[in-house]
Design a protein around this ligand. Structure first.
Ligand code: IVH
Length: 669
């Protein structure tokens, strides 16, 4: 039976619409219609195709997940070998790269494109007459695996080319399939809940997902792609790599927005540093920057070795993983008595830092990873966080290694430890435990609490060990002579410490509340309590209900605060602090509040002041500083190397302030 022309037309129209909305949704992240509207179009197309199967084409949006699970992947010989990249470990290696280019092409000048080197899985996508016909993994570079069925399920890969490339006969494009970090974590949680084995990192997760035998499983995995290279194109051609990227974008591909055109190798180096600084803020793992000569004519003339193209190089970020040996497992006591296991490690260099300890978080974590003394472990340091153990290298375990047992007594005071039902943390029950006291004193004197300079770890340890300080109030009764007796403390330093302790008396109520280490009360809650009650006396008398009514303070914080003030011991300490002359109300330093209620996000470095100082300034003027941009944000302050927050601000229409505008607003211009 012949298909009526109107049906044929409608089918084509629906495909065009669905391709367009896929692109808006998956590539641009800016949908124009609701999910329900999209579903209606999709179902209409599906209905028509079911009634007229002869109309189904492979580039139809209904055909992303199609086909049966397969036994093995067919081999694919790449049109052009997928080479590796040469590595640059330092800026000088990049300068040497340019010197080599000059030697091969004397007298010529070069400009570059620098792109994040996303840590995923290299793929080659073949389009014939504008339609996706094959997707292959890199394999050994010459021969890869045909994963077309799985590639098709990645929604940000166009099934049909648009824009500048719509009329090409052949296009082979290379790109990196990856899994965004957040999606990776969610996937692992889901796998864990389902009792299935998890992936060690996003790279393994993307490889595992793309090499699924059943495409319907791949379709459920949150895979993404960035394309970065045209390896074959007929007949259209571009003059530069940058133009090719722009062309790929217009064809419907995702191109990394952090790719940058650089006029000189020094500009490349600056961009490499910027990307490395931004590394933790990226939504994906990246292990370096790929630097490419921009001119395609120069690329052709530079050619390749059997291993790598001469026109490109990978600038590698500092390594963040290393293997080392566990020398011991210690248990540390925190300021609330939490017992935290930590691994003592054979020192090893990691991303420019010597690492000799790694947090093991809690008992369950050690059990789950089965970390034992003597084990060789893979450790990782991501950004500023404490290094952690990724996994044990099992075949290097000594035969006599014994499983770790959590102590049942506090290693500092030998008091009974217990692990409350439903919690992961063991706690020391002794409120006079010296290890807890030391941690509490360090917090009390810290920068954002009472800001007592010179009250460092060495001093605190001795003050507690010699019995000179048993609670916060004792600090204010120390004499210069007492302090001068501590090891390695000159009379002058002793005087400085005493002066600093006395200078802290006027910090005001909110800082004091933060300093007291009340469970769940940090800077923000302390400020809210100060704003509501004004004076310590009023807060002490407040009921749990009154505290819970404060906007921004939940019932759990209210309970913790009331509990704290119900304890006789705590009230005694507060009385003694008051007798020592501590300010128990809002600090007079607080002036007018022109930024009352305004929400700020700080992004990048400022020249005039540190981040902490900028934060203080905003808070002192009544504003608030949060870490991520949302519709509730009033201002995003953008310094140098700002990262993605400025983009978020632009997207959400939030006012962006540069440093000058910020300084003007806070009146320190
Ligand atoms: S260009 C001829 N650009 O790095 C083209 N590669 O060791 C050579 N990679 O297997 C590759 N991001 O999977 C290029 N922006 C990027 C890249 C990139 C990641 C991977 C790719 C390749 C490996 C090279």
């Amino acid at each position: 039976m012949a298909v009526p022309g109107t049906v044929q037309k409608r089918v084509e129209e629906l495909r065009r619409l669905l391709h367009h909305h896929d692109y808006r949704y998956y590539v641009l992240n800016r949908p124009e219609i609701t999910d329900a509207e999209y579903d209606r179009l999709f179902q209409e197309l599906k209905g028509l195709e079911e009634a007229h199967p002869e109309l189904i084409t492979p580039d139809s949006p209904t055909q992303r997940v199609a086909g049966q699970p397969i036994e093995t992947f067919a081999s694919v010989e790449h049109k052009a070998a997928m080479l590796s990249l040469d590595n640059a470990m330092s800026p000088d290696d990049l300068r040497e790269f340019e010197a080599r280019l000059r030697r091969v092409l004397p007298g010529e000048t070069f400009d570059y494109v620098a792109e994040p080197k996303v840590d995923g899985l290299g793929v080659a996508l073949l389009y014939e007459n504008g339609v996706l016909s094959r997707g292959a993994t890199r394999g050994d570079g010459r021969v890869g695996e045909d994963v077309t069925q799985n590639i098709r399920t990645i929604k940000s890969i166009p099934l049909r080319l648009g824009g500048a490339l719509a009329d090409s006969r052949v296009l082979e494009v290379r790109g990196e399939v990856y899994m965004p970090r957040k999606a990776f974590e969610a996937l692992n949680r889901a796998l864990e809940n389902a009792g299935e084995s998890t992936f060690a990192n996003p790279r393994n997760a993307s490889a595992g997902s793309l090499r699924q035998k059943d495409p319907s499983i791949t379709a459920e995995r949150p895979l993404e792609i960035f394309v970065y290279h045209i390896s074959a194109l007929d007949p259209i051609s571009f003059q530069t790599h940058w133009e090719a990227l722009v062309g790929l974008k217009s064809a419907g591909f995702r191109v990394n927005p952090r790719s940058k055109r650089c006029r000189t190798i020094e500009a490349v180096i600056t961009h490499c540093h910027a990307l490395e600084a931004e590394r933790d803020g990226l939504e994906y793992d990246a292990d370096g920057v790929v630097v490419k000569v921009n001119s395609l004519s120069q690329q052709r003339r530079l050619g390749a070795t059997s291993h790598h193209p001469r026109w490109a190089i990978a600038y590698k970020f500092a390594a963040r993983q290393a293997t080392t040996r566990v020398l011991g497992i210690e248990v540390n006591v925190g300021k609330t008595g939490a017992l935290t296991p930590a691994a003592r490690l054979e020192p090893v260099e990691l991303a420019g830092v010597r690492v000799s300890r790694a947090s093991l978080h809690n008992e369950d974590e050690v059990k789950k990873k089965d970390i034992r003394v003597g084990d060789t472990v893979l450790i990782e340091r991501a950004g500023d966080v404490i290094p952690y153990v990724v996994q044990v290298i099992r075949d290097r375990r000594p035969s006599d290694a014994k499983p770790f047992l959590m102590p049942t007594h506090c290693p500092a005071c030998h008091g009974q430890a217990y692990r409350p039902e439903g919690e992961a943390i063991w706690r020391c029950t002794n409120s006079a435990c010296p290890a807890q006291l030391k941690e509490r004193l360090l917090h009390f004197g810290s920068r954002r609490a009472m800001d007592i300079e010179h009250l460092g770890e060495a001093v605190v340890n001795q003050l507690v060990d010699r019995g000179l300080v048993k609670d916060f109030a004792d600090l204010y009764h120390l004499t210069v002579d007492q302090v001068a007796e501590l090891d390695r403390l000159a009379k002058k330093s002793a005087q400085n410490l005493i002066d600093a302790i006395h200078a802290s008396k006027n910090r005001g109520l909110s800082r004091l509340l933060n300093a007291l280490g009340i469970r769940m009360v940090g800077e923000r809650a302390a400020q809210l309590l100060e704003a509501r009650f004004g004076r310590m006396e009023a807060l002490c008398r407040a009921s749990e209900a009154e505290i819970g009514e404060i906007y921004g303070i939940g019932p759990k914080i209210a309970e913790a605060v009331t509990k704290f003030f119900a304890e006789e011991r705590n009230l005694r300490i507060i009385d003694r602090l008051k007798a020592a002359g501590l300010l128990m109300e809002k600090s007079a330093a607080a002036g007018p509040k022109p930024l009352q209620g305004k929400v700020f996000v700080l992004s990048g470095a400022l020249n005039a002041m540190s981040r902490d100082d900028a934060k203080d300034l905003v808070v002192n003027l009544g504003g608030r500083v949060t870490s991520s941009v949302s519709k509730k944000t009033d201002y995003v302050v953008v310094g140098t190397d700002p990262g993605t927050k400025a983009e978020d601000a632009r997207r959400l229409g939030v006012t962006i302030l540069d440093e000058a505008a910020f300084l003007k607003l806070v009146g320190t211009e």
